[in-house]
Design a protein around this ligand. Structure first.
Ligand SMILES: [Ca+2]
Length: 301
């Protein structure tokens, strides 16, 4: 019998986060989403709450609680840049208008939200992050619970590949380099899916054109247009592929320190001594893309 994976998603809900959510929901017989926390990056944390609740409404999944996470680094409230608007649209979901709905919003703070879910499942919970690691670092510093996530899977970083926000840094690391630095040196539960892997994974426009879900087709069209019109990267959804099919990925244990300021802010410096982060270095591209496109075809048909 296959094991049911209980997960919390930590999303900065732009278009590829929305595609990751759909991939998780499409595999409901193997994945149970216990909750979603929201962060900033593609959009502000507040917009991420709105988009996440609206998408859950779209799927009639008001049973999944959504919590508002940290709104920026320290006391600074993050505001999405013009560049982010170009990638994900002004509302983060390709300017597609979705009915807003906030019945799913939890009034908990992030620490109580995670602790409650961890206690309900006796720690048997995987955290999946597709934005900056701010909420996780905050939780690790503040929680007094003896329970912790069984696994953490994060789309973040670049190892040999050039960054996507500066030549040195991938956006999720850059936007809270201190959080990434803290997480990388305080847990051995984390598997990282860096740009080196996610930039080898493409969703072709021909594939998304087959979907019957108008909302997702329009959203994905917007994202594909930004990427040049033929296909888009599958960054965030790769986390769901790793959750259910880790055998499709080749990983290596490494130690990562993060440059936290200056021109090279967000750069990951890799060594192999005391290595405890599991980083994907390559994957079976065909198998990963097939798993995800089959998942989307199921949920969008
Ligand atoms: Ca994201």
């Amino acid at each position: 019998m296959r094991i049911m994976e209980t997960i919390i998603l930590d999303l900065d809900t732009g278009i590829d986060d929305a595609l990751a959510l759909a991939a998780a929901l499409a595999n409901a017989e193997r994945v149970s989403i216990a909750g979603i926390s929201t962060t900033f990056g593609n959009v502000s944390t507040r917009t991420s709450v709105r988009n996440t609740c609206a998408l859950l409404h779209h799927f009639s999944r008001h049973d999944i609680p959504v919590v508002m996470g940290k709104e920026g680094c320290g006391n600074n409230i993050y505001v999405a840049s013009q560049f982010q608007y170009c990638i994900h649209g002004e509302n983060g979901i390709g300017n597609v208008i979705l009915q807003s709905f906030n019945d799913s919003e939890s009034k908990d703070d992030i620490v109580s939200f995670y602790n409650k879910i961890l206690a309900e499942h006796n720690g048997n919970v995987t955290l999946i992050t597709t934005g900056p690691l701010t909420n996780l670092a905050f939780y690790m510093k503040k929680s007094r619970s003896h329970l912790f996530f069984k696994k953490i899977i994060s789309m973040a970083g670049c190892i040999k590949t050039k960054g996507n926000i500066t030549p040195y840094a991938e956006a999720n690391i850059y936007k809270d380099a201190e959080a990434a630095s803290y997480v990388f040196s305080h847990t051995d539960k984390l598997t990282l899916l860096p740009l080196d892997v996610t930039q080898t994974l493409f969703l072709e426009k021909d594939e998304s054109l087959k979907w019957n879900d108008e909302i997702y087709r329009q959203m994905t069209d917007y994202y594909i247009a930004f990427h040049g019109g033929e296909h888009c990267f599958i960054h965030d959804p790769s986390t769901i592929a790793y959750l259910l099919h880790p055998e499709y990925f080749m990983t290596e244990k490494i130690k990562i320190s993060v440059t936290t300021d200056g021109e090279e802010k967000g750069q990951m410096n890799i060594s192999h001594d005391d290595s405890y982060i599991n980083a994907a270095r390559s994957c079976n591209r065909e198998a990963v893309v097939k798993f995800l496109t089959d998942s989307w075809m199921r949920i969008f048909s």
